[in-house]
Write a protein that binds this ligand. Sequence first.
Ligand code: ADP
Ligand code: MG
Length: 239
Amino acid sequence: MDDTVNGASDEFIVQLEDVHKSFIMGKEAVLALRGVTLNVRRGEILCMMGPSGSGKTTLLNIIGGLDTPSRGHVIVDGENVVSLSEEKLARLRLRKMGFVFQNFNLLSNFTALENVQVPMVLLGQRDPKRARELLKLVGLGDRMHHYPSELSGGQQQRVAIARSLANDPPIIIGDEMTGDLDTATSYEVMELIARLNRERGTTIVYVTHDPRMSTFAHRVIHMRDGRLAEEQVVDAGTG
Ligand code: ADP
Ligand code: MG
């Protein structure tokens, strides 16, 4: 296969073209994505909504390099993700992507400070000073040596956000980031995400079920049955 990236764009940090994904379950193929074409601008906050099973997580995983499409093109920050080896894909994830999940996914026997450094360690670039700065950035300067069990859900998610920034990635991917948080805490987490976008220019691609949390996006897309069903441009993000 040709390794050069035809049509890679400076304007778009993520370019998906006719992306399909099928999973084999026993004898049946589940068509999770049925031809998704989508560009994400640098510095954009993009929200994805849609019913359970419509393919949102599969799409996020493909953007994040956690999974590869069965068919179609995926370009992330100028790199053709589909043609990368496992090892190169892992490095691309560590350098370009920050991940924030619904259940925080912190390591329970590591402190906040240690958790933030995990992606640095995986890239061979441990930097405790920078990790402390990131925890201060998310408002946890006084909780650095706490274990996850000693933190509230909102605090744990802020540790996860600090961790997502460990290697200063241009993109943050969030799958139901506020799904386990109460309303006030959800707004706090989304305000933090919006601030990172404003102050650092970080591109945000996130999935939510909660229409109130979609107001932080510049654009909201709706998925149905593995396809993009509709799109709303919200402009500057009102959250
Ligand atoms: P959403 O995040 O919108 O709820 P998903 O992307 O998780 O949807 O799932 C889309 C479809 O793909 C569903 O029918 C789901 O069951 C199926 N699916 C997702 N991941 C897998 C997998 N690893 N193996 C088999 N089927 C899967
Ligand atoms: Mg999902």
